[in-house]
Design a protein around this ligand. Structure first.
Ligand SMILES: O=C[C@H](O)[C@H](O)[C@H](O)COP(=O)(O)O
Length: 227
């Protein structure tokens, strides 16, 4: 039986083979994507030529270490393929992302991509989104107003994400509120409502964005989910 980390490596290695010469590829964030970057680094060493649009500072640093050429989202017209991880995936490929706090840049890169491939181990599959607390990226100024609004509208107690006893700061200088919705019936409606709250920059619901998900299992099997 494979460990969770070995499963992540398995799906990441398979996905890395999809990257071809001259492609522009969005590279997600997180521990699954770590293995993708490692494998792409090996392929670059062997002569693969492509450019990557990173979705976080961490990913950019790791990709640079692997000599993967990086480009800015503003400098490309389109992205051929983005490969990313997820925190929860439902049967319709709707997702919660942002466990690592990279949701804003991840969503912008995904939205600019012709294709979004999600990599995950089987533990990320759920029937209904919401068990994983939904991350909301908020402007630090007045974040408590957003927390109050979530409490009053949804009876959900949003928790300010902390790191080393300080509020966690996203790559774009924002706070993250983790919202334990428990069960999200209509992710399409909720994402629209949440982004309408003044002070919310974006939320971790990725609705109708993923085209494919490659899921790995402890017995070494992988399965592809289509939208
Ligand atoms: O902000 C983080 C991202 O959305 C990640 O893609 C997500 O948290 C999954 O990460 P991991 O592969 O480490 O479970």
């Amino acid at each position: 039986m494979l460990t969770q980390d070995e499963i992540k490596q398995l799906v990441a290695n398979q996905a890395a083979q999809l990257v071809q010469n001259n492609m522009t590829v969005g590279i997600g964030s997180g521990s699954t994507v770590y293995w993708l970057i490692m494998e792409l680094g090996k392929r670059v060493k062997k002569g693969l030529l492509f450019q990557a649009i990173p979705t976080s500072k961490k990913t950019a640093a790791l990709a640079a270490q692997q000599n993967i050429p990086l480009a800015e989202l503003n400098d490309v017209n389109a992205i051929d393929l983005t490969i990313d991880g997820a925190d929860e995936i439902d049967p319709n490929l709707q997702m919660i992302k942002g466990g690592g706090g990279a949701l804003l840049q991840e969503k912008m890169v995904a939205a600019a991509s012709r294709e979004l491939l999600i990599l995950a181990d089987h533990s990320k599959l759920v029937q209904h989104l919401g068990n994983f607390p939904l991350p909301l990226e908020v402007i630090p100024f007045g974040w408590k107003q957003v927390q109050r609004e979530i409490r009053e509208s949804y009876q959900v107690e949003a928790v300010l994400r902390m790191q080393d006893d300080q509020p966690f700061i996203s790559d774009h200088g924002h706070y993250i509120l983790d919202c334990p919705f428990q069960q999200i019936e209509h992710p399409d409606i909720l994402t629209y409502e949440l982004n309408g709250i003044p002070g919310v920059v974006d939320n971790g619901l990725f609705v109708n964005m993923a085209d494919l998900a490659l899921i790995g299992f402890p017995d070494g099997r992988t399965e592809t989910m289509h939208k």
